[in-house]
Write a protein that binds this ligand. Structure first.
Ligand code: DGL
Length: 249
């Protein structure tokens, strides 16, 4: 099994990390649109256009499934990708909601969705959660978290101030959906801010989803990772080496 993983930039490596850890694929082709990141502040039509361009890139490879690791793409472009792709396409929003549903003991538990402006404005998480019977939902778009993570500030004063800015006044939630590729990197800090919340991570959620939906088993000894970027691929490879302990390919 081979997968194409698409993200607006480097953040999707957090999803690759989970896919690699579970050895679901013999090969992963990763494409980060680093020349045009961030997607989360762009409008729906732009995100769809960029996603369809990425699809053309993946058509050059013999992949079985394209995974949109980017929540903003998953929020706005999944239907268009599915209509035009010669392979399966999965986003991360449905898997995230199913992962939460499997963990939640009651439907009245409180859920905090964190995502980019695009993801939150799309209402996609909220709609799916409501379809599964959840109603106690709060959505927040902490846009500053993305550049903070890009700066490698996974803890400390700047992140604490930003968290206070976005979270002050919120009731402590039972669940937090980390609805953005970058947020798993600051999961520890978010977990410290809301110590009783269960965090839902897109990477773990997509693994669970692929195992259930396509009966994928971790049968591969190793996952070969090929990294591509629309700008500065060396930077992407350096980040992969840091986050995944992966050598340049
Ligand atoms: N990958 C994006 C997401 O998960 C975050 C970065 C961006 O805004 O492009 O929504």
């Amino acid at each position: 099994m081979r997968a194409g993983v698409f993200d607006s930039g480097v953040g999707g490596l957090s999803v690759v990390k989970s896919l690699k850890a579970h050895a679901l694929f013999s090969e992963i082709i990763y494409f980060g649109d680093t020349a045009r990141v961030p997607y989360g502040v762009k409008d729906k039509n732009t995100i769809i256009r960029y996603s369809l361009e990425a699809l053309e890139f993946f058509k050059n490879f013999d992949i079985d499934i394209m995974i949109a690791a980017c929540n903003s793409v998953s929020a706005y472009a999944i239907d268009e990708l599915r209509q035009n792709a010669p392979f399966k396409v999965s986003g991360v929003i449905e898997p995230g909601v199913l992962a939460l549903k499997n963990k939640a003991s009651r439907k009245d538990l409180s859920i905090l969705i964190l995502g980019t402006r695009a993801t939150i404005q799309s209402g996609r998480y909220e709609k799916l959660l409501k379809a599964h019977g959840f109603s106690n939902i709060t959505s927040v778009a902490p846009s500053l978290f993305v550049p903070i993570v890009e700066e490698g500030l996974f803890e400390g004063e700047v992140l604490e101030t930003a968290m206070h800015h976005y979270f002050k006044g919120l009731e402590a939630p039972d669940f937090i959906i980390l609805g953005c590729t970058h947020f798993p990197l600051i999961a520890k800090a978010i977990g410290n801010y809301f110590p009783h919340a269960t965090l839902i991570h897109s990477g773990d959620a997509i693994v669970e989803f692929l195992q259930n939906e396509y009966a994928l088993k971790g049968v591969f000894e190793e996952t070969e990772l090929k990294l591509f970027a629309s700008e500065n691929p060396d930077q992407l490879k350096a980040t992969a080496a840091l986050w995944l302990g992966h050598q340049s390919v």
